[in-house]
Design a protein around this ligand. Structure first.
Ligand code: SF4
Length: 248
């Protein structure tokens, strides 16, 4: 799903994405393959549309080994959390042979960060639990939030994370496309009777990894990650906005 050939408006892209998510939700309702289907569409559309929207723009300066921004709070939808939880379970044995226990890393990060404000988190300077030797161990399944946070200047990111009063030149195509894809998926989840909120990643993952039935209950419509819902998300306002967009 990409914007090339469309009228290139964010509204048209949102509606097209919504329809595509609706189709997957109808075809895979209640089945574990639903999660992979939704995110395969989300990640593929994100990549394709960022490429289109970035044509003629300055290069992104993010590189493997730079994890400057991986100290910020990460928010994710339930399908993203459940996909990562599945990835952690699948790779656990192989990673344990290398001395890495991601579930334990998540539990420790959650214990250290739960309830902190954005500012308190940055001050604590705690890295994401998935950083190993400067690289993201869950890179193939990282969240839309991670994908959508791209910078044109790595040195500005490092300086800002060190406490400098610096404006980071964030890539607008990454930011905007992430927002549209994520919102379209949330709106489709809402319309199809699934929990559609945004959750703090460490806390939500801790729930998903310690409750073996969480995926199946989410697939039945239960908001299993509710304790990890982020503060300040006005769901009523978002529901009104989604409804208004669909009438345009
Ligand atoms: S999940 Fe990966 S990309 Fe996202 S903050 Fe953590 S280490 Fe960085």
């Amino acid at each position: 799903m990409n914007t090339r050939g469309m009228d290139n408006s964010p509204l048209a892209f949102f509606k097209a994405m919504h329809g595509a998510f609706d189709d997957i939700l109808a075809q895979r309702r209640g089945r574990p393959e639903l999660i992979e289907g939704l995110l395969s569409l989300a990640f593929g559309s994100f990549d394709g549309n960022v490429e289109i929207q970035s044509e003629g723009q300055a290069e992104v300066d993010c590189r493997k080994g730079c994890a400057a921004c991986c100290r910020l709070r990460v928010v994710a939808t339930a399908p993203e959390v459940l996909l990562i939880a599945g990835f952690i379970r699948t790779t656990a044995e192989r990673l344990r042979e290398r001395g890495i226990d991601l579930a334990q890393c998540v539990a420790e990060a959650d214990a250290d960060t739960r309830g902190l404000s954005e500012v308190e988190r940055i001050t604590r300077r705690r890295r994401c639990p998935f950083i190993v030797k400067g690289a993201c161990t869950i890179y193939p399944v990282r969240t839309l939030a991670c994908r959508g946070h791209a910078s044109h200047d790595r040195r500005a990111c490092a300086a800002a994370m060190a406490g400098g009063d610096i404006v980071i030149p964030i890539s607008q195509p990454h930011l905007v496309v992430r927002g549209i894809v994520q919102n379209a998926m949330q709106s489709a989840l809402l319309d199809n009777g699934y929990a559609w909120g945004l959750y703090e990643l460490n806390h939500a993952l801790h729930i998903a990894l310690t409750d073996d039935g969480s995926r199946d209950r989410w697939l039945q419509g239960e908001d299993v990650l509710a304790p990890a819902m982020i503060d300040g998300l006005n769901q009523q306002e978002m529901m009104r906005t989604f409804a208004e967009i669909k009438t345009q």
